[in-house]
Design a protein around this ligand. Sequence first.
Ligand code: CMP
Length: 139
Amino acid sequence: MERTLSIVKPDGVSGGLIGEVVRRFEKNGIKIAAMKMIHLSRTQAEGFYAVHKERPFFASLTEFMSSGPCLVMVLEGENVIAKNRELMGATDYRKAAEGTIRRDFASDIEKNIVHGSDAPETAAYEIGYFFNQLEIVGK
Ligand code: CMP
């Protein structure tokens, strides 16, 4: 059993896509082990995306991520890191496969509706960034 962090980003929340994203997870047998709304400060967004701090898009990304509320979730299931990434589609919505969340709803490489951890180590860091043990249900 694996866990991953999912975020419905400010564009997804303001676009009314929370229900749609959660529905896709549930329809695909992914269990939600934790969820909450959070409005990140700029500093908190910078901490979350610290691995990207040398990238040219870092300032814009952290400004966007702190521009409004996000929904953060812990997803649980077999192979859920890869499964979630498959449902999201590629970072660049123009390269995302048909029927993926980003292909269906994103219109910008940065404002791409959702985030998902890319590996077990990043999942552990990212889950711990938002949730403590008491807030996560399940095993
Ligand atoms: P995410 O999966 O959350 O991981 C890092 C984020 O940085 C990514 O989604 C996009 O929101 C953003 N991002 C990645 N690449 C670029 C890029 N080339 N230009 C702007 N934003 C990007």
